[in-house]
Design a protein. Structure first.
Length: 367
């Protein structure tokens, strides 16, 4: 971690440092690049975290700030309660992907007004932002307020918050999705297919990365009723050929960014993935009409053509513009294809211009 990155983490951590007794010692440990952080909490308990877990430290301190109580148990485990009732135990030693997500949810969820309840609580009688943690054998499941379920080891906590709390994909509350067709390009672990299926839509979900596709299938099968409305496809949308994807090297199964458009060599591995043009995907999977084309695919939106949008009524793109790929090119093509469009932002963390990382929503107004 560079000195600049260390300063950046201190900037993020400082607002949530109140639960720490040894504040200066912790900040010095971060700045000096120590391999382990020793944190003495205000109640006298002590926990340790590896340097590589600094994001987890950020989430932990934030979660402790909002806590009504907390206590360190044996073997570096911490129990956190946010509502004087429901308690959640997290092991900080190995920080499994489940525990990492639970910790992330306790922090980010609380920031956006979410409350977590345990398995024995019926969330139907609670508020819309109540989520429930249940157990299936040895796997934790997180359930949204309207009953959509995800394995906690096969979804990013922040993704659930974006989709089901911040309603990132709510385009227009007046739209009746019953019977409509959504083509979802880049559904990752299945949050958006399940979101739109829960609203009544039929969803064709194209996920390029096998690990994400497998997680999506697990989550879809966890929702038997909604699974009947989802067609999961392990392929990319872009061109009719085997595509060379640059996949980020990371230990986390949720975080590998991947793109066949932007070939960032550093820190990536090349992976060959089957691709379809949108036109041929429509033919191959017998998709008669697309009410909404949703795209979050790290540049594959620049493979669209006017002809490919003939049978599309609405389009929503999380645009990633680099080099010669300009958002203006997308907007020009949408106009030529008969769409009216708007550009907006929804990512609270990003400071990039909307020209680089904006969202595009278009509605066909001319046939």
């Amino acid at each position: 971690m560079s000195f600049k990155e260390q300063l950046g983490w201190i900037y993020f951590i400082l607002p949530y440092i109140s639960p720490v007794q040894n504040k200066f010692g912790l900040l010095f440990s971060i700045l000096s690049g120590r391999s382990k952080y020793k944190i003495r909490l205000q109640n006298g308990d002590v926990i340790t975290l590896e340097k590589s877990k600094i994001y987890n430290l950020y989430c932990l301190l934030g979660a402790l700030c909002f806590a009504t109580s907390y206590a360190v148990k044996s073997e570096n485990k911490i129990e956190i309660c946010h509502d004087l009732k429901n308690k959640f135990l997290i092991s900080l030693n190995d920080l499994s992907y489940e525990d990492n997500n639970l910790l992330e949810f306790l922090f980010w969820g609380s920031r956006f007004g979410v409350n977590l309840v345990e398995e024995n609580h019926n969330s139907e009688n609670f508020r819309d932002k109540t989520f429930r943690i249940t157990q299936d054998a040895d796997k934790k499941i997180i359930e949204t307020f309207d009953g959509v379920k995800f394995y906690l080891d096969s979804i990013s906590a922040y993704t659930i918050i974006e989709t089901f709390v911040n309603t990132l994909h709510l385009i227009n509350s007046k739209i009746d999705w019953n019977g409509k067709v959504v083509v979802d390009v880049g559904p990752e672990f299945g949050d958006t297919p399940l979101y739109f299926a829960n609203l009544g839509a039929k969803v064709y979900a194209f996920e390029a990365l096998k690990e994400h596709y497998d997680g999506m299938v697990r989550n879809v099968h966890l929702n038997p009723k909604l699974s009947k409305q989802i067609v999961a496809i392990n392929a990319a949308i872009g061109r009719d050929e085997t595509l060379d994807f640059a996949v980020q090297n990371t230990e986390s199964i949720s975080k590998p960014g991947a793109s066949f458009v932007y070939d960032d060599k550093e820190g990536t591995t090349t992976r060959k993935i089957k691709g379809y043009s949108l036109e041929n995907a429509i033919k191959e999977f017998d998709i008669p009409h697309i009410d909404l084309l949703k795209m979050d695919c790290k540049g594959c939106e620049f493979s669209l053509s006017i002809d490919s949008l003939k049978n599309v009524d609405m389009i929503k793109i999380e645009c990633l513009a680099k080099g010669s790929n300009k958002i203006d090119n997308i907007l020009r093509m949408l106009e030529q294809a008969g769409f009216s469009w708007i550009v907006y932002r929804q990512n609270l963390q990003s400071r990039r211009s909307n020209r680089i990382g904006g969202y595009v929503y278009g509605v066909k107004t001319k046939k």
